[in-house]
Write a protein that binds this ligand. Structure first.
Ligand code: MG
Length: 382
């Protein structure tokens, strides 16, 4: 299919699935979409709610539903899509605050979406924080530019699609029976990510339960749960003997000296998640962690994420890419960067019951990028 045919198909699909002027099919179920801007670029914002397949528990939170925000930007008859998940840990970012922020975004001052640098610098300066909303705009612009150029974003960035890693599949904290069941469900994936950080006995029991089902390599995310450096290091040694490849955010996010002590002695690489939000955090994490976990909702999108990858590489640090509970829109955007990372934890759409798009695929556990222009997604009528 050439670019023109593709765009026609996309427009037809979008029209066929639109409900009451919404950006994609059935979004009217969860929120009313609002249009902004009278210039050459028109932005549409639609709040949605994602249903979790299972109640998801990590150290500190449990949830069945996660809100998310969809942004579409249309220019010259072509529409780019973006999304920012709104999990509870992104404090202060919810449907109401994000819509209020996005209502301030005035794209009429820009001639076209190719002014990406100017547009995103402007959006970032409107308010502090609000990175979930900023990321949705960033993704929509990248999708739009890719479609206008007729190339996938990964190709525009110069990445090699075959270099994508396996994605991990995440298992939250739960009862022994549920953890065993979820581990069995993780059979199609080659790497399993286990959420720990409750207490030593519970954490060890969780790993033993997972290990009673599978011998696959594990990633561990302690979500800041280990409160002393000695416990963190003991746990990492114990985990290393049980086939764990890396540990994410062992200690509270602002504990830097103790975390550096752990990393210096750790037999496994440590990755910063909660400690690493944006580009400005990366240099100060050098020597504290071995690597960083980039998430688009934390860092404001693909534009800054690429700078974070370059900065981490310059500092000799490793990089992983993660996501939150999001549709195949936001996660297909994150997947565009996956050829450049060591680990990818891009299972968001796999954990929800109502995806709004088809996009990147997971084939035999490996992230698989497609040749569609932009971030490679198509709206689906769920
Ligand atoms: Mg994490």
């Amino acid at each position: 299919m050439n670019r023109r045919d593709y765009l026609k198909t996309l427009a037809a699909l979008t029209a066929a699935t639109a409900v009451g002027g919404s950006a994609v099919g059935c979004v009217g179920k969860t929120g009313r979409s609002v249009k902004f801007g009278g210039g050459k670029m028109v932005m549409q914002v639609t709040p949605i709610e994602l249903q979790m397949r299972h109640t998801f528990t990590i150290s500190g939170f449990s949830r069945d539903v996660t809100p998310s925000i969809l942004v579409s930007i249309t220019y010259d008859g072509v529409t780019g899509y973006g999304e920012g998940g709104l999990p509870p840990y992104m404090v202060g970012q919810n449907h109401e605050t994000v819509q209020k922020f996005l209502s301030k975004v005035d794209l009429s001052q820009f001639a076209d979406p190719f002014q990406l640098d100017d547009i995103l610098t402007y959006v970032d300066k409107i308010d502090e924080g609000m990175t979930c909303a900023k990321s949705a705009v960033d993704i929509a612009l990248h999708d739009l530019i890719g479609k206008l150029l007729g190339v996938p974003v990964w190709k525009w960035f110069g990445y090699t699609a075959s270099k994508t890693p396996d994605t991990s599949f995440t298992i939250g904290i739960d009862t022994e029976e549920v953890v065993r069941k979820k581990t069995e469900e993780a059979a199609p994936y080659n790497i399993v990510k286990v959420k720990l950080g409750i207490d030593e006995a519970t954490d060890k029991k969780l790993i033993e339960t997972v290990r009673s089902v599978t011998n696959k390599p594990l990633l561990v995310d302690a979500n800041q749960g280990w409160k002393t450096k000695e416990l963190a290091l003991d746990m990492i040694h114990w985990l290393k003997e049980r086939g764990v490849l890396m540990v994410e955010q062992p200690m509270p996010k602002t504990v830097f000296d103790d975390m550096a002590w752990v990393t210096e002695r750790s037999p496994l690489p440590t990755y910063a998640d909660e400690s690493c939000q944006r580009l400005r955090d990366v240099p100060r994490l050098h020597g504290v962690f071995n690597g960083i976990n980039i998430k688009l909702i934390k860092c404001s999108g693909l534009y800054e994420a690429r700078k974070m990858i370059s900065t981490a590489e310059a500092l000799g640090m490793r990089v992983m890419i993660g996501c939150t509970t999001e549709t195949s829109c936001a996660v297909s955007a994150a997947a565009q960067l996956s050829p450049r990372v060591d680990f990818a934890d891009l299972d968001g759409p796999l954990l929800i019951a109502n995806d709004y798009f088809e996009g990147y695929n997971v084939v035999n556990g490996k992230i698989t990028l497609n040749e569609r222009p932009g971030i490679g997604i198509l709206p689906i009528n769920n």
